[in-house]
Design a protein around this ligand. Sequence first.
Ligand code: BDP
Length: 695
Amino acid sequence: MLKKGIILFLSILSFHVKADDGYKLWLKYDLLKNNTKVAEYKRFSDFIDVQFPISPIIQTAEKELKKGLSGLVGATITKTVKTSGGIVFQKDNALPKEGFKIVAKNGNIVISAQTDKGILYGSFELLRQIQTENSIASINLSSSPKIQLRMLNHWDNVLGTIERGYAGSSLWKWYELPENIDPRYVEYARANASIGINAVVLNNVNASARFLTKEYLEKVKALADVFRPYGIQVFLSINFASPKILGKLKNSDPLEPEVKKWWNDKAKEVYSFIPDFGGFLVKANSEGEPGPQEFGRTHADGANMLAEAVKPFNGLVIWRAFVYGPNPKGDRYKEAFNEFKPLDGQFAKNVIVQVKNGPIDFMPREPFHPLFGAMPKTPLAMEFQITQEYLGFSTNLVFLPSLFKEVLESDTYVNGKGSTVAKVVDGSVHDYPLTAIAGVANTGSDRNWTGHFMSQANWYGYGRLAWNHEISPEQIAEEWTKMTLTKEANSQKIIRNMLLTSRETYVNFTNPLGLHHIMGQNIHFGMEPWLEKSARPDWTAIYYHRADSVGIGFDRTANGSNALGLYSKDVQNQWNNPQTCDLKYLLWFHHVSWNQKLSTGKTLWDELCTRYYTGVTEVEKLQNDWLKVKGNVDEEIFEDVKGRLAAQHREALNWRDACVLYFQTHSKQPIPTPFVKPTRTLEEMKKIVEIYQLK
Ligand code: BDP
């Protein structure tokens, strides 16, 4: 009796603990509570009539709709097709390749598309409409992706670790593959397909040559086989020195015939395993990675040699522009531009150059990379970082669609007003035949996939924007909250607002007014504005903030490094004048004196302190707002997010105290009222950071 009681108690307990661990992401499919809506959706849930050539992708779409409708509205989809009351898949060759149309017609919901992928995306869209409780009775909606390749880049290593990963270890269990297929691979593919992601790079750009061995290609094939029915193509990052490392050639010079042959043969081998393999992603001559420059060749020489090898199989080469020579006199801001701009027009037709969103490195805020708009003859892909390397790992709530959108909407002015970065990337500014966008993934083996539960919204939001860069962060926040967290209207509003303000909050307590690269070295966590020495000058903090007795900021006007000169005239005009430059970017481009009056009416010093202090207050607001949703979100998720917000608050205080105390050694001015001087000393703050760096 007692034993039974204990078992019952334990199972209740474990039921409670496992209530919602975040594993199902935004694809929860829990029964909706709104009965009127449920009745409406049920009217279209009797059958699925597939008037479309059957394929594994079509079967995926069918399976997903069945799963979704049975969960959300309790429907049982039967095999009997009737004239009305169901969902119909139809072919429509007039629609764009991966696009779809959803129309309520003759008592059915008709999803039409040119390709099976379009049907799959349409099915997920229909489910999203239902999950967010929109009416579908007279639905008439069409959508198609603006960018062809919508990729996730995983920085996963052979041994299962993830570079800059903060959600556990790699999802790919290399040692168990190819024999054992973790069911999680399917869940991963579903999640991606639901937001339109159609390509993944499985491994780190700092690539081990091992991925190209037969042993690993068999494993990669196993994953590609799982992802294919979800419309996802697999790519690999390659090590440029593979001919030497694996092939034992004397070098990996891209112009050597035997090196070319090695790559041609390797490409053939890769495609023999994975016939629809996407191609290679390459980080070369960057941060110690091998590349063509070792042999006096250019990035174009290297890329074109690989492009030749994958061309017979319709493969692509995605060559990264994240290169910056160690130039102590230069400005890292300009390095990639100077390296790549002269190569415009020299790349083979199946090469895409992948450019990070900003010129330095995924900072909390950066001006857009000057290469966007500067390479009309070379398709440029956007590279965003979803994992929060410089944004507080998985202890900080930072809603990244705000950042992505800010970059995408920046105007390059290359073909006049409205030549936004988004329109460069989607090909409309320069008529690129190939278009691509990549996000460095934030997924890992943590049960909730992303470490911080709220960071799921960044994966989701990245995919939604990759599909359609015109949708707003507001819409994304709303959709995600409804699908993932709560159906209660007031809590939805609170959470949506938390998400939308979170990025600015993070900027305020870390890098206000255009400060950048003042984070802790190596692990890139916390702050280290006093960092003077590193392996390279452009890895220190003082290189970027340039604080002295006069003021702070990096003069990138014509009087300084003239990085601003890399942009079109209209962009220069926007940022050239410290009096009118948007305060968001001020210290990116100007060395401003401490006593300079800003548009806010405060001096630079006072404004800087104000931002650091309000940043902390804003984190407190996030904490308080979260308390208000208790009871309306899952208890386990509630507690986890609450704990992480408390950790974020501790971090925010550290950033604030360290930064104001350190910059004060230059400004020599008091902390302005009404703010209270930190109780800790600069020396104490330095100790905290020292500990972060200990191995
Ligand atoms: C930096 C990361 C480093 C990456 C590099 C890259 O710190 O780990 O390898 O970017 O993008 O942000 O190649």
